[in-house]
Design a protein around this ligand. Structure first.
Ligand code: FES
Length: 118
């Protein structure tokens, strides 16, 4: 997969708003926080619930199923039970199009964590 994904963003998000977006074969949660857009994979790495069904508090997204929390800026786990990060993407919006660049890929973070523990 390319690290750069182009996708339409049909409506500008209001401050603090989240939206589920399907782009480039990905299921994403996109949010606008203080004028900046963020995106993470929408599927919770714990047991697969939709993060869109959870809630956003500043940069922290909480999964509604078992209350795992992730930082939407880099996908890292803030609070379990999830023990793996969610993929995070850098978002640039121009007009009604957005481009996404992978910031962290969950499996890469997993590999880095395992290497660090050796
Ligand atoms: S599925 Fe998200 S915390 Fe369990």
């Amino acid at each position: 997969m390319s690290d750069l994904i182009e996708a339409p963003l049909s409506v500008e998000l209001a401050e603090g708003e989240t939206r589920r977006v399907r782009a480039g074969g990905l299921d994403l949660l996109v949010a606008r926080i203080r004028g900046k857009y963020y995106a993470v994979g929408n599927t919770c790495p714990h047991r697969g619930c939709s993060l869109f069904d959870g809630w956003l508090d500043d940069h922290r997204i909480t999964c509604g199923c078992h209350l795992s929390q992730f930082d939407i800026r880099d996908g890292r786990v803030v609070q379990g039970p999830a023990d793996r990060p969610v993929e995070a993407y850098e978002v640039n919006v121009e007009g009604n199009r957005m481009s996404l660049k992978i910031v962290s890929r969950a499996e890469q973070v997993d590999i880095a964590a395992k290497s660090a523990n050796r």
